[in-house]
Ligand binder design. Sequence first.
Ligand code: CA
Length: 248
Amino acid sequence: MASVLLVEDDPVIRSALIEVLSAHGHVVYSASQGFEALREVTQRPPDVVVLDLGLPDLDGTDVLRMLRGISQVPVVVATARDDDAEVIKLLNAGADDYIVKPFSGGQLAARLGAVLRRTAAGAAAQYGGSPGAEPANGQQSGAIPTVPRTIQVGELLVDPAARTAQLAGRELRLTRREFDLLAYLAAHADQVVSRRRILADVWRQPYVEDQTIDVHLSALRRKLGEKAAQPRYLHTVRGIGIKLVAPR
Ligand code: CA
């Protein structure tokens, strides 16, 4: 028995899977949106997460990255595509396994069982426990308690679940979009993210004016107390994109 967080926006699929997983003895919580899922993981750490990639508020791959910023809980991704590039992207983003839609509840239950056995053995080995240790059950296993719930970059702390951000202990007052942009860049810290990707992943509209990003970036810079000419956290890489880094 394990506690499972099922992240799925389709109510029909959700209730069918809850029924099957419950029949397999699991305790199932569910979330229908990405931010809701991140909040659930911090408030009620599950043993395993089943993550649908097509969610209304956030791209599933970004949910996965943000989730990895706050927890090491095993994640099985449910994807509609099984091409190589997609699977590689998911595994790189921190998925433990994937399952291709449409799948049966029985197949999902078997995948979860395998992931839980594997991760319980891995955690036992990593922390010096016996390999025959009790497989994931109850509240203790799954999310490793020492994992921070926030994404930290230098003195910047971003908590995607609570939607708060602090710089050197000072709370930043951000608009919804500024927060989304900062959280996205923090989840991709040290990587140059193209404007096209930001528009697609944060704005979710590929045809927004480039200036829209610039307006939000300059607001973020002001709130972080820096200037474009003397960047500390937010670096513009001309012609390529934007990078959030810890200042040296
Ligand atoms: Ca969906």
